[in-house]
Design a protein around this ligand. Structure first.
Ligand code: NAI
Ligand code: MG
Length: 353
């Protein structure tokens, strides 16, 4: 099977970590005669913006349209406002390709990575499914009387029937398939339109899945449980904003941003899906060769699963679990002193063993 992958390394540590992910893919290609990859690289990002006035080419989506997956490092650069880098590249792709599912595994790979006392790998193992196309990030709103005493801003959450149903249904399917419980995180007590609707759809769709055990928490309580009792969660479904926030709590309880991954999925496969580490371009450590590539490598595992190469996806995940037990093989953020490319090289060695 052949897969074409668009690379958007981006800014800062983006290119450094993407290079290691590509290393893993090339190693798999070499080891498996039935699998091959080709790569198409695009120089888009903030430096491109500073040179051209554009984060990506005008026909960017067209250029990407026919690939099997997009592999993105990170975008963001001092001097370019974050809302430009985010909205004109990342969100453009997520929206344009209707990647309405954001899949974020929150899984403790090594007991010593969690700051939570008494919690271990068996307690922290969940999959957060975040709505990725509308909700609080729909971009609807207004800014009235700018700078005047009567100034007022509106930011409206947009929850369509179609958008809400499809993400919730995806989550039920995932829970059923993996035989896990499903927890919905919302806030119906305070947001009387959007979240009451969300809760209603969660219940309605649930009627088709009587075999799936469900829970529903308010987002504030859920945040507390993420820290105090993460073992409560298996599959989690939530809105765009709440998902953004609780997955950062998830990163905090599992070892930090150097290990957090997220896949932006278009389940219908009408358009390509995009795989990326959760972290940003980390200007504070960029160019030093010390960025942790494991989040980007975990994204590769998600990509392989998506390609239907689940055996390789599992191997990459297992190798992740092995490598994180060897402190001297890790980067500084995880207590080691290896360089980015040393981690990638050793990872390949372990993977092919
Ligand atoms: P950041 O994730 O880039 O960095 C936060 C902290 O975590 C820094 O101290 C950084 O050194 C550390 N860190 C992040 N990834 C790491 C890794 N792989 N290995 C070791 N340490 C790592 O977030 P920050 O500083 O808030 O944002 C920097 C830029 O990145 C901004 O321009 C922001 O807009 C952009 N950004 C882009 C994202 C994306 O492309 N998906 C996501 C988040 C931020
Ligand atoms: Mg975020």
């Amino acid at each position: 099977k052949h897969f074409e992958i668009a690379l958007i390394p981006g800014d800062g540590i983006g290119p450094e970590v993407v290079a290691e992910g590509v290393k893993i893919l090339k190693a798999i290609e070499k080891a498996d005669p039935n699998v091959s990859f080709s790569f198409r690289e695009y120089p888009w990002g903030c430096e491109y913006y500073l040179n051209t006035g554009k984060m990506m080419d005008d026909n960017g989506l067209e250029l990407l349209q026919d690939v099997d997956a997009i592999y993105l490092g990170a975008v963001g650069y001092p001097g370019v406002p974050d809302h430009i880098s985010l909205r004109e590249l990342l969100i453009k792709i997520r929206r344009g390709f209707d990647q309405y599912v954001n899949l974020r595994p929150i899984r403790l790979l090594n007991d010593s990575f969690t700051p939570l006392k008494g919690k271990s790998q068996k307690d922290i193992d969940m999959l957060v499914i975040r709505e990725n196309s509308e909700g609080e990030y729909a971009g609807a709103g207004d800014w009235l009387f700018k700078g005047k005493p009567e100034e007022v801003v509106l930011q409206t959450g947009v929850f369509s029937r179609k958008g809400t149903e499809r993400i919730i249904r995806y989550a039920y399917e995932e829970a059923r398939k993996s035989n896990k419980t499903l927890t919905s995180i919302s806030k119906g007590n305070a947001l009387q339109y959007s979240m009451v609707f969300w809760d209603q759809v969660f219940e309605e769709v649930g009627k088709e899945y009587p075999d799936v055990k469900t829970y529903s928490y308010l987002v504030d309580a859920a945040s507390l449980y993420f820290v105090a009792q993460p073992e409560r969660f298996e599959v989690v479904v939530t809105s765009n904003l709440f998902g953004d926030i609780v997955t950062d709590i998830g990163a905090a309880i599992t070892g930090g941003l150097g290990l957090a991954t997220g896949a932006n999925i278009n389940p219908d496969k009408t358009y390509p899906s995009m795989f990326e580490p959760v972290h940003g371009s980390a200007p504070d450590i960029a160019g030093k060769g010390i960025a942790n590539p494991l989040a980007a490598i975990w994204s590769v595992s998600q990509m392989l699963d998506f390609f239907g190469l689940e055996e390789w996806g599992r191997s990459v995940l297992q190798t992740l679990e092995t490598i994180v037990k060897q402190k001297d093989r890790l980067t500084k953020d995880l207590g080691g002193q290896a360089t980015t490319s040393e981690v990638g090289d050793y990872f390949v060695e372990l993977l092919l063993k």
